[in-house]
Write a protein that binds this ligand. Structure first.
Ligand SMILES: [Zn+2]
Length: 65
C-alpha cells in the first residue's frame, strides 16, 4: 500500500507523489494517512495511468509491413 497523506483543510487524501494538488501541501497542515477521506481525483487518475502503462506486452509480433 502506497503512502497516503492529506491536508487538514482538504476533503480528500493523496497517495501519488506526482499529484499537483498533493505536492502543494505545506508542512504545517499536512498529515500522514488518509484521515478517513476519499482518494483525490487527480491521484486516482495518475494511478490509473501508471497501471495502464505497465501493461506493455511484448507478444505483439503482427506489425505492419
Ligand atoms: Zn492527489
Amino acid at each position: 500500500m502506497p503512502m497516503a497523506w492529506h491536508k487538514v483543510m482538504e476533503p480528500v487524501h493523496h497517495t501519488h507523489p506526482r499529484c499537483e494538488l498533493g505536492k502543494q501541501a505545506t508542512g504545517t497542515y499536512q498529515r500522514a494517512g488518509t484521515g478517513g477521506k476519499p482518494l483525490c481525483a487527480v491521484c486516482a487518475e495518475l494511478i490509473q495511468l501508471d497501471s495502464d502503462s505497465e501493461e506493455h506486452d511484448s507478444s505483439d509480433d503482427a506489425g505492419p509491413g
